[in-house]
Design a protein around this ligand. Structure first.
Ligand SMILES: Nc1ncnc2c1ncn2[C@@H]1O[C@H](COP(=O)(O)OP(=O)(O)O)[C@@H](O)[C@H]1O
Ligand SMILES: Cc1ncc(COP(=O)(O)O)c(N)n1
Length: 266
């Protein structure tokens, strides 16, 4: 049987832990056929991002149109978008092709602190992509850059969600992985009417490279299969929890979260 399709519009991670590599294996692990519009090639390992080269914006557009016109896209997500020009091209293309539910992970920097966006491009994500998004999934650093709100507890997480919804997405997931002083990892999902707190154990590990990409891709895979946003996010949270629990060291720096458990017992 032909599986549902999910499109990732994102960059390549040469270290294989994040970016399109994380997205494609997460789609696979969730039973969805992965499609790709590559935006950038990063030179990256467990120690950080040594550099990147972006793909020309018209080539990003052409990739999206090629797969959408022929194969059909049941849901799509963005990761690293590199430049304001690529962001504007993606926004324009989304007005011309049908991609189903659209998840925007506003990736600004790697977890090692290296920039994955040229200057001024986060503003373009906010103005061009958030209004078109079914769901946006910022982490706490991105929340601070976008709204100025520092999330330190449940009340400020709620305030951040409200501020982010003003930018026009249907739903927002304020991820709490970087919140300090909490025993659990709490992500807050809201559409401005419902406030759904998704709580799970915080695992003791340094190896969380690719965590945000994996969560957003798992959510996108569920949306491609027809789940509602709250159900897709709940399933994504369960998926990423297991991936963090089984994360492994690789290289001298930060290792990747692991989807290998999804293959079943070896
Ligand atoms: N140590 C951890 N244990 C369990 N879950 C975690 C841990 N760190 C992050 N998560 C979860 O992984 C997902 C990614 O979160 P976060 O780290 O906030 O985003 P990002 O990877 O984009 O920086 C969230 O669902 C978060 O709750
Ligand atoms: C190509 C690419 N896309 C996204 C990330 C963010 O992932 P992380 O925050 O885990 O470094 C990354 N490092 N590289």
């Amino acid at each position: 049987m032909t599986p549902k399709t999910a499109l990732t519009i994102a960059g390549s991670d040469s270290g294989g832990g994040a970016g399109i590599q994380a997205d494609l294996r997460t789609f696979f692990a969730n039973g969805v056929h992965g499609l790709v519009a590559l935006t950038a090639v990063t030179v990256q390992n467990s120690l950080g991002v040594q550099g990147f080269t972006e793909i020309p914006a018209d080539v990003v557009t052409a990739q999206i149109k090629a797969v959408a016109s022929d194969m059909g896209v049941n849901a799509a997500k963005t990761g690293m978008l590199a430049t304001a020009e690529i962001i504007r091209a993606v926004a324009k293309t989304l007005d011309e092709v049908e991609v189903g539910p659209f998840v925007v992970d506003p990736v600004a920097a790697s977890m090692t602190g290296d920039a994955l966006l040229r200057e001024d491009a986060l503003e373009a994500i906010r103005t061009e992509l958030f209004p078109r998004a079914t769901l946006i999934t910022p982490n706490l650093d991105e929340v601070r850059l976008l709204t100025g709100v520092s999330v330190v507890d449940a009340a400020s997480q709620c305030a951040a969600a409200e501020a982010l919804l003003e930018f026009g997405s249907r739903w927002v997931l304020v991820k709490g992985g970087h919140m300090t002083g909490t025993a659990d990892c709490v992500d807050l999902l809201s559409d401005g009417r419902e406030y759904i707190s998704l709580s799970g154990p915080r695992y003791e590990t340094e190896n969380t490279h690719g965590g945000g990409d994996t969560l957003a891709s798992a959510i996108t895979a569920s949306l491609a299969k027809g789940a509602s946003v709250p159900d897709a996010v709940a399933a994504g949270k369960k998926f990423i929890e297991r991936c963090v629990a089984e994360a492994y060291p690789l290289g001298a720096g930060v290792g990747p979260v692991s989807p290998f458990w999804a293959l079943g017992p070896s």
